[in-house]
Each structure stands twice: as C-alpha cells, then as structure tokens.
Unconditional design. Structure first.
Length: 273
C-alpha cells in the first residue's frame, strides 16, 4: 500500500498553509503646511494671467469712489472712514466677489473632484486658494490708501498697519466668499451672493457711520470687513488708541478662523457629493 500525503488529496484533512501577506502600506497623508504652500503656489501661478486686469479693476473702483466722495466729505472722521473703507474694499472685491465665483465654477465644472483625489487636507485647498487671491490685493490696497491719504490730507505715518489689516480682513472675507461659492447650488447664485457681499462692504464700509441710521449701523457691525476698516481708520489720529486697534484686529482674526472653518466644512460637503 502506498502512502499519499494528505495535502495533495482533494478532500484532505489538512490544507496547504498559505503564506501570510502583509497589508500594503499607503503613503502618509500630506501635512497641512506643505500642502497649503503647494496649493498656494499652484493657485498663484494659475491666477497670474489675470493679475493685471484684476489689479486694475479693484484699484480703479476704489480710487473712483475716493474721487467721488471728495466732493461730499471735507475731512475729519468722515474722511478717515472713506479712505479706510475704500482701501479695504479692494480686499472685499477679491475675497467676496471673485473667490465666490471661483469656487462656484469649480464646483459646477467638477473641479473639486481633482482636489478630492489629492492627499491634501481640505483646509489646505481653501486656505491656499484664498491666500493666492488675497495676495493680488496688496498692491491695490496700498495704492488706494496712499492716494486717499494724499487726496484728503491724512497722515501716512501708520500705513504699516495695513500689513495686519489685509491678511486678517482678507481671511474673514475669503472664508465667506469661499463658503458662498461652495454652498450655492448653482454658480450663478454664487456670483450673486459674492456681489451682494461686496456691495454690502461698499455701502457699509465706505460711507461714514455717523450719517447712518441706527439700524444700518447694527447691520454694519455684523460685517467682518467693518472691523478692518475701523482698525485702519483709528490710526489716522494724532495719538491712536492702539488698544482699540488691536481689539478690532482681534475680531477680524476670530471671524476669519470661524469663516474659514465653515468654508472647509463646505468644501468637504461639496467634494463628497
């Protein structure tokens, strides 16, 4: 009688031991800061083609408002409010209007699917795009502020505060603009929301608050750009109250964190649909 190992029998009691396969290791998810830098550079390169028209339109609009208001406002607190509001309006034009249009079109065209396949945190996409668009507002904001100060005879001593006003007010408004574009069901509606937000920044930020009704002042206090305008306008005095300036900037920073968090949530919501 021949003996056959049980391993080779069809119904053998013992089965052939299969080698244990280790699960494949996936590449680690990219960290926030390197991802943010990469998205920022990509968006900056993409938007560079439209840089000249963007700077011209945003700056020309604010300079035109300054010239128009010069025939109505002579000086004092009203002139300070007009100059500060016109300078911050350049930031609002890009952060609210253009960023809402960009994310609205990106969602409608399926562009979010591309970003969803990349191993980058959602916050990096939102912050990178917002930072790239906001970067183009720096020259226009400076030109508007200098032109306004010369036109109304205001001091140029504390223009350095714009280095804080631009990123903080830009963060607060960019978060709102991105949320408009990501939450709107249609790109046309995103465009309308962005333009309405920019119009609110124009009417409530440029016009002197002393001439507004009490109900309109309350609405003005709800607009994030108001605190950037107030922070900049307070620096035109001979002895600025820096505690109030820092307080207004802190409000901008707080609103910026909240609005960008909402935009990140809206990105996640739109990307998985």
């Amino acid at each position: 009688m021949s003996v056959v190992p049980a391993e080779v029998l069809p119904g053998g009691a013992r089965a052939v031991a299969e080698p244990v396969r280790e699960p494949a290791e996936l590449a680690p998810r990219a960290r926030l800061w390197p991802s943010l830098v990469a998205v920022y550079r990509a968006q900056l390169s993409r938007a560079r083609v439209a840089r000249i028209p963007l700077l011209f339109v945003a700056t020309f609009q604010s300079v035109g408002i300054l010239i128009m208001m010069r025939g109505v406002v002579d000086g004092g607190r009203e002139a300070e409010a007009v100059v500060a509001g016109s300078a911050v309006l350049v930031v609002a034009f890009v952060a609210l209007n253009l960023l809402a249009q960009y994310f609205g079109q990106l969602r409608a065209s399926g562009g979010l699917d591309h970003y969803a396949t990349l191993p980058v945190p959602p916050a990096a996409v939102v912050l990178g795009a917002a930072g790239a668009y906001a970067s183009f507002t720096v020259p226009g904001t400076l030109v508007t502020a200098v032109f306004g100060c010369v036109l109304f005879g205001l001091p140029l001593t504390h223009l350095w505060v714009l280095a804080l006003v631009i990123p903080l007010a830009g963060a607060a408004l960019s978060g709102l603009g991105a949320a408009f574009g990501l939450l709107a069901p249609r790109p046309e509606l995103a465009t309308v929301l962005g333009q309405l937000g920019m119009s609110a920044a124009l009417l409530l930020g440029v016009l002197p608050p002393d001439r507004m009704p009490e109900s309109v002042r309350f609405t003005r206090d709800l607009l994030p750009s108001t605190y950037g305008v107030e922070a900049f306008a307070r620096t035109f005095g001979a002895d600025p109250d820096w505690a109030f300036v820092l307080g207004d900037l802190a409000v901008c920073a707080g609103v910026g964190v909240v609005s960008l968090a909402v935009a990140t949530w809206a990105y996640r919501r739109a990307a998985v649909r």
